[in-house]
Design a protein around this ligand. Sequence first.
Ligand code: F6P
Length: 346
Amino acid sequence: MRVGVLTGGGDCPGLNAVIRAVVRRGVTEFGYEFIGFRDGWRGPLEGDTVPLDIQAVRGILPRGGTILGSSRTNPMAESATAGGRTGVQRIRDNLEGLGVDALIAIGGEDTLGAASRLHEEGVNVVGVPKTIDNDLGATDYTFGFDTAVNIAMEAIDRLHTTAESHHRALIVEVMGRNVGWIALHAGMAGGANVILIPEKPFDMEKVCAYVEHRFETRYAPIVVVAEGARPVDGDITASGQLDEFGHVRFGGVGQMLAAEIEKRTGKEARCTVLGHIQRGGTPTAFDRVLATRYGLQAISAVHDGDFGIMVALSGTNIVRIPLGEATRELKLVPEERYAEAEVLFG
Ligand code: F6P
């Protein structure tokens, strides 16, 4: 059996841990051969491969990023058609030519959506969920999220001390796309003055009241804002730029908040955008363990001939769910989780 592996979409810490677990179990327990595809779906589209054996995965467990590279290439897009063949046909031909019997696709909503479509077209695929956003409804957690939250929490801790020295309001913009999980967890763990998330459009008056209250208690406010958050009366977050899957690029809400807070409260306010720092570097222990367990179970699914599934975390167990369900529902922050955080605002 020859198994192909790819990592697609935005990278996150833990991808290498999955690849390592897949290859280690696949080679030692099942005697499989592996081929790595470069840069997400671009690899199988163009037949661009890298050798993948036990030696290639030595020492990669703590390494961030992905040894295979990643991209947001959409194999279903018009642009994937070449030489009169659709993206799906090109992938099928290349897999056949390379003698690949099964494919493990590690990715988020977009990569897994494409994996699901390919499975419908007869490709033997198993999916593994990743994303720092933690926005896949079909799994309790995606790896990468815990690392991103810890990075953001550490940044908030550091910002607290400098905010105190200068009596400033500091605004921290975190990633998360259309959901507020990173903001909610990092803000709670870091003791934010207020947390703003896309699921709950914010009222500028109320935000300023929280900020002023924190100054009154002689403690400098830290406002944690998710990149997709927006005020009740507007939307200033989208840059207008779209990726291959049609997603907008976020950014700008933190700057807007800083300017508005400064104008309305008369206090100095500055913004820090954490950006891709949240996706870089070594994974936390939680993400290493989760990613490793996903990898071990993904290759077991291949061994069982259980294709068209994604591995998922349900409580503390790794389960298998149909790929079609994997991307059906975006996991939003529920009202009650935000209400818990709200108790500590101001
Ligand atoms: O989905 C992960 C993520 O980091 C989002 O939080 C963010 O909006 C987006 O990817 C950024 O994408 P890119 O790295 O392509 O700019």
